[in-house]
Write a protein that binds this ligand. Structure first.
Ligand code: SF4
Length: 266
């Protein structure tokens, strides 16, 4: 992060930046499609980023993952309906507001609890799957190790999927905690305008959930032996997504600076 005032001023004046774009991003600059328009990125690196091809490649990466999500989300919904899993399994209820209890209230919120548990399950999945990745801790069946190594080397997509899963594993929880805390403050302060921070934060969480579901699909395709476990994690995410949409019904409509287009007809 640069500190020289003149340099900061120079960068800010000469870049074509989108105001506030960093406020509702996922912080994954390496994978961001807007580095060339982000002042925060420019200040972090010391120069306005002119690597437009990276932005284009990153956009293509996320577009492809979005396609995967579309395909897998219907399948997940159908599977859960077939198993009679109720998406709205319990009512969302915020406890009474209390100035000094926001963190505790947020931690107890159904969405945050579910996101935290998901994160724990992901850790446990990686722990169970470590022999598939050729990690050291437990004895590995040599045949399995070779097969797994071939999988990993054969397709960068698997590694990318795992990177996506890891990036959002805890971020979903963090964003939901912020969404609930902000909602408490907004309710206390009587803020009832459009574009509330609670909605923006919930939207970022929803995007992380969807990207994770899609990324898990790539992982699932590589490790048929782990299909059930991965499917269970995708199911958790799908149910979490429904809970978040119910708790923050306007989150989808939130316009994130730079990332979302303002609807032409309001
Ligand atoms: S908008 Fe993109 S480049 Fe800027 S801070 Fe967020 S992730 Fe990084």
């Amino acid at each position: 992060m640069i500190t020289d005032k003149e340099k900061i001023k120079d960068i800010a004046q000469h870049g074509d930046f989108i105001t506030g774009i960093h406020q509702y991003c996922d912080g994954w600059c390496e994978r961001c499609a807007f580095t060339t328009q982000c002042l925060t990125f420019a200040l972090e690196t010391g120069d306005p980023d002119e690597n437009e091809s990276r932005d284009i490649n990153n956009k293509a990466f996320w577009d492809q993952l979005a396609e995967t999500f579309k395909a897998v989300s219907d399948q997940l919904r159908e599977a859960m309906e077939a198993y009679d899993i109720d998406f709205d399994e319990s009512e969302i209820q915020l406890p009474d507001m209390n100035d000094h209890m926001d963190d505790e209230i947020a931690r107890c919120h159904e969405c945050c609890r579910a996101a935290r548990i998901y994160g724990e399950h992901v850790d446990s999945w990686f722990h169970q799957a470590r022999d598939l990745f050729g990690e050291e801790d437990i004895p590995i069946d040599p045949g399995m190790e070779m097969a797994a190594a071939a999988h990993v080397e054969a397709n960068d997509r698997l590694q990318e999927g795992l990177d996506v899963v890891r990036w959002y594993q805890h971020q979903i929880y963090v964003k939901l905690m912020r969404a609930v805390r902000s909602e408490l403050v907004e309710a206390r302060d009587g803020i009832d305008e459009f574009a509330k921070d609670s909605e923006g934060s919930a939207k970022v969480a929803l995007i992380g959930i969807e990207r994770s579901i899609a990324a898990w699909e790539d992982v699932r395709n590589h490790f048929p032996v782990m299909q059930d476990k991965v499917g269970e994690l995708q199911g958790r995410l799908q149910r979490l997504s429904v809970k978040v949409e119910k708790a923050f019904p306007d989150a989808r409509a939130f316009i994130r600076p730079g990332f979302d287009k303002i609807p032409l007809n309001g």
